[in-house]
Design a protein around this ligand. Structure first.
Ligand SMILES: Cc1cc2nc3c(=O)[nH]c(=O)nc-3n(C[C@H](O)[C@H](O)[C@H](O)COP(=O)(O)OP(=O)(O)OC[C@H]3O[C@@H](n4cnc5c(N)ncnc54)[C@H](O)[C@@H]3O)c2cc1C
Length: 480
């Protein structure tokens, strides 16, 4: 580590290399604060060439490295290694070019998601994927996590909006992956690879035209089942809203306490439905959605008349994660996904689990694409409550799998969910995924310990394991 740190100083200058133990602690976790580790060294590069040189130094001394954007990840993907280098892209924030006729922008990885939209908004364009963290999260982090957001129901996830990526490979080469490349879709493999296949250093994003009209509607229901019926009815009628978000009674209570969003009193669930597109189409769809909500049992409907009212409707939803802090001393944010039609059964199952373990669960979700974000509330002062919350959290993922869903919708696997991968995938599946990883990173240096529960070393033959895996023996991996 000392040799790598000293080489980093040569590459970057001393000011961009952090080894002071107090300053290192700033980087000890991402948005999942449950997992913490103080990084060996933190570096703040400004160019791809600097990152490549740092990665080569890591290779020379077999030191692992982890990329970090803004550190808002919710699965511990940017959790550093105590024996490794944390490569932070926060100084790489330039928008390098904007090509409106081609609807493309080329940006550095540390540029925030919202900054792209702000740069092109006046020209009638925006960057469509909109994680709720968009004011802070970086586009490099979005690429690594294949991030979603409320409007991804209609417009698709990050992977649908990335045209090309310059990356530093895990052995320190700078290469370009492009959607135009013939052969295997390596760009597709890279997007969502959570920093395990290299570091994105330049990203070409697709820009979307601002729609002619936007209508935002808030519908209040007595219970979550009626809200769920409305979602199925809307999608079943062939309407694809830009967003359909649902909040249950507990999350409404939290949002009310935090931001006084003024949602209808007595609501057991609210739906935020946003329609966008050509004016005539939005008007027609609005009447359809209004009718379907009323038929499904909505007792109050509000339509935003202007941008301020639209923001007011979104305020409660956008603040929901943080707002839960108002009604609980601690909570876990879960992220699972199920087929839309399974939503009522899965929500009923979550309710049963909540009663069984005496743990409250608030539900906020991207209802249109079945992406649940149960917030599992607990009191961290109470003995055993954290463990119970973890258990409930894991059982919620089991429910998602049982109903044909997945252990993550958009927050990634990271360090947090690697232990659940075996619930979804067989050893053979995981070995096959490892082949892809090993093709990029044969020495397992790029964000090791993330995504895979018990990584085989590259070159190790798949088959029944006869003894303790070397990574388990060395304490770098754990069997669950
Ligand atoms: C309040 C809140 C709301 C959120 N809402 C959403 C939401 O609606 N939808 C959603 O999908 N997510 C959401 N998230 C999660 C998070 O914001 C996203 O996962 C985001 O993409 C992370 O970006 P980041 O820059 O913070 O990445 P980090 O947390 O720094 O890193 C995330 C992962 O990306 C890797 N990485 C970072 N930069 C690079 C790079 N240049 N090259 C290769 N790998 C890299 C890291 O190693 C790590 O594995 C939310 C988080 C919070 C705190």
């Amino acid at each position: 580590m000392a040799r790598v740190a000293s080489r980093c100083r040569e590459i970057l200058g001393g000011e961009a290399v952090i080894t002071d133990p107090v300053r290192l602690r700033t980087y000890e976790c991402d948005g999942l604060t449950y997992h913490r580790a103080t990084p060996g060294v933190v570096v703040l590069p400004e160019t791809a060439e600097q990152i490549a040189a740092i990665v080569r130094a890591c290779n020379e001394h077999a030191v692992p490295f982890v990329a970090r954007g803004s550190g808002t990840g919710l699965s511990g993907g940017a959790l550093p290694r105590t024996d490794g280098v944390l490569i932070v892209t926060s100084r790489m924030r330039r928008i390098l070019s904007i090509d409106l006729p081609s609807r493309r922008a080329i940006v550095e990885p540390g540029v925030t998601n919202l900054a792209i939209t702000e740069a092109v908004r006046d020209e009638g364009f925006y960057y469509a994927p909109d994680p709720s963290s968009q004011q802070i999260c970086s586009i490099g982090g979005n690429v690594a996590e294949n991030s979603g957001g409320a409007h991804c129901l209609k417009y698709g996830f990050t992977v649908n909006h990335i045209e090309a990526c310059e990356i530093v490979t895990p052995d320190g080469d700078i290469v370009e992956l492009s959607r135009m490349d013939p052969g295997y879709d390596l760009l597709g493999a890279f997007v969502g690879s959570e920093g395990t296949l290299g570091i994105a250093t330049k990203i070409t994003v697709r820009l979307t035209c601002t729609p002619e009209a936007v209508t935002t509607l808030l519908a209040a229901f007595e219970d979550i089942e009626s809200g769920g019926r409305a979602v199925s009815a809307i999608i079943g009628a062939g309407v694809v809203p830009a967003a359909i978000e649902m909040m249950d009674a507990l999350s409404i209570e939290a949002a009310e306490a935090a931001v006084a969003c003024g949602y209808p009193e007595g609501a057991g669930a609210v739906l935020v439905v946003e329609l966008d597109g050509p004016l005539a189409e939005v008007e027609r769809q609005y009447y359809q959605v209004e009718r379907l909500c009323l038929d499904s049992g909505a007792f109050e409907l509000r339509v935003a008349q202007d941008a301020a009212e639209r923001a007011a409707i979104w305020k409660g939803r956008k603040s929901a994660f943080a707002a839960v802090g108002r009604i609980s001393p601690a909570y876990l944010v879960q992220d699972g996904v199920v087929p839309r039609t399974a939503l009522p059964r899965v929500l009923a199952g979550i309710d049963e689990l909540s009663r069984e373990y005496g743990i409250r669960v608030a539900n906020v979700f991207h209802a249109g694409d079945g992406n649940l974000h149960p917030l599992v509330l607990f009191d961290d002062e109470e003995e055993g409550a954290g463990e119970r919350a973890e258990l409930v959290s894991g059982r919620i993922l089991d429910l998602c799998i049982e109903h044909g869903g997945s252990i993550t919708g958009e927050h990634g696997v990271g360090v947090d969910k690697s232990r659940y991968m075996t619930r979804m995938f067989s050893d053979e599946d995981l070995d096959t995924m490892q082949l892809v990883r090993c093709a990029f990173d044969p020495d397992n240096l790029s964000n090791p310990g993330k995504v895979f529960p018990t990584p085989r070393l590259c070159g190790e033959a798949p088959g029944v394991r006869k003894g303790v895996h070397p990574l388990v023996a060395s304490g770098q991996a754990e069997l669950f």
